[in-house]
Design a protein around this ligand. Structure first.
Ligand code: SF4
Ligand code: SF4
Length: 451
């Protein structure tokens, strides 16, 4: 027996599928119909990073879709659903049954091990809305079980998303990760310390900008501490275009990290604060692929919230990824020549979630003399995926190993990307392997090359 899911609420991410969703007459989404779109051709398997590492069908998109169907059936067996009832609210009976099925049958593990990179959705010839299905299940199943996962989700919700709290914790983490004390920690904490970025944390930048300008800048959360040069770089580039950057006060984290970790309540609380801070801005520039992808979906996330639906939709419509925006304004930008060999790693939240593919390459092509190296399997995930590299460090590192190999093939002098998670995770991998190739955010590089 299959249930249905309501758009908005618990299934708010359902637009990830690019509008190919099966909606029923009462506005709910038909899970059964969504799952039936899969024709089991298996074409997605060779593009799924987790399947490529483990070779296990359960770790493939097709296997996960079967698990979702099984979860649905288990929910039905546990207590048959006699009438369509939305799974959208935490009080819904369907939601509770699905959660019970997920917990008791240990079926959720393959879903927890999914990166959410959406590569499968891009390559699926049948148009399966995989992201929508995964998101819906994750929202209903909640954060992954187990002590380690709970600890990671707590850190994401209460520390990583808040730069002022993050800085002292990040400094302690850095010392632990780079000293001998980590060896004395219990294994659960040692595993966590193993996920601490190799980069030294920094004070959040202090910018002398008006609260409101021609465009609003998103300050971000962890990026302020681990990429303190990014925000000033965006401000410089906006000024180079001839516009005034503004920095609206009272901003918060966009909630993407919590949302993808299944912590929907915290994600929504953070998003509400950011929406309040940004409502009224006509252009919001976001220098992180993960954040821009998430903020563009605010409209759906709050579709069933009478107080926030309209302003969430306004903020979503005003959100622009900074790379896309710079590409639109590139005629106004002049860069100094650079003879270095450079390779660009495209984040999945650009390639697969927003269709931003050519824009960063077009921008880099404007730098005279640059040698832009080709990256094999460029559209494959690096393993970072929000909190994934902390939740599943072993699998994430195995996925990263292939990315590091590909990145090294052209012997680059510099690696660029446009998502802080990818940047830090790749950098840590390079350091762990004894390498020294630097990696930076694309906007920092472009701002430095301004002529
Ligand atoms: S490519 Fe699409 S239709 Fe084929 S198995 Fe994968 S999800 Fe199903
Ligand atoms: S989202 Fe990525 S990791 Fe998950 S099934 Fe699809 S390709 Fe595999």
């Amino acid at each position: 027996m299959m249930g249905t899911m309501a758009p908005g609420g618990g299934t708010s991410a359902l637009s990830g599928g690019g509008g190919r969703l099966a909606a029923t007459a009462d506005g709910t989404l038909d899970l059964d119909a969504l799952l039936r779109v899969c024709i089991h051709c298996g074409l997605c398997l060779s593009n799924c990073p987790t399947y490529l590492v483990t070779g296990d069908e359960a770790d493939s998109p097709r296997g996960r879709l079967m698990v979702l169907g099984e979860l649905e059936r288990s929910a039905g067996v546990a207590a048959p659903v006699t009438a369509p009832s939305p799974l959208g609210s935490s009080s819904s009976e369907d939601a509770a049954r699905l959660r019970v099925a997920g917990d008791s049958l240990v079926l959720r593990e393959p879903l927890d091990r999914c990166l959410g990179c959406l590569h499968c959705e891009t390559v699926c010839p049948s148009g399966v809305s995989y992201g929508a299905l995964l998101d819906a299940a994750r929202q209903e199943l909640g954060p992954p079980p187990g002590f380690h996962a709970r600890l990671v989700v707590w850190l994401v919700d209460h520390v990583l998303s808040r730069p002022r709290r993050l800085l002292p914790v990040a400094r302690i983490g850095y010392k632990l990760a780079h000293g001998f004390l980590a060896r004395l920690l219990p294994s659960s904490l040692r595993r966590l310390v193993g996920s601490v970025p190799a980069r030294k944390p920094d004070r959040p930048p202090s910018l002398d900008l008006p609260e409101h300008g021609d465009v609003a800048l998103l300050a971000g959360c962890a990026q302020q501490v681990y990429g303190s040069g990014v925000l000033p770089a965006v401000a410089r580039l906006v000024e180079a275009v001839g516009l005034t950057p503004g920095l609206p006060p009272k901003q918060s984290c966009c909630g993407a990290l919590s949302y993808h970790a299944g912590s929907v309540k915290t994600a929504k609380a953070l998003a509400r604060r950011l929406i309040d801070a940004m409502d009224g801005e006509t252009t919001i520039l976001v220098p992180s692929a993960g954040c821009s992808a998430h903020m563009r979906r605010y409209g759906e996330l709050f579709a069933d919230d009478p107080q926030y639906a309209e302003k969430a939709a306004r903020v979503a419509a005003a959100t622009v990824d900074v790379v896309e925006w710079l590409d639109r304004h590139s005629e106004a930008l002049r860069f100094k020549a650079d003879r270095r060999r450079i390779v660009y790693h495209p984040p999945c939240h650009h390639t697969h979630a927003q269709g931003i593919v050519d824009e960063p390459l077009r921008l880099l092509a404007r730098v005279p003399d640059i040698e832009l190296l080709e990256l094999r399997d460029a559209d494959r995930c690096c393993g970072s995926a929000g909190a994934y590299s902390m939740l599943h460090p072993e699998l994430a590192e195995a996925i990263r190993a292939e990315k590091l190999e590909r990145l090294a093939e052209g012997e680059p002098d510099l690696i660029l990307t446009a998502n802080p998670g990818c940047e830090l995770f790749i950098e840590s991998g390079i350091e762990a392997a004894g390498g020294s190739t630097p990696i930076r955010h694309l906007v920092e590089y472009l701002a430095e090359r301004l002529d």
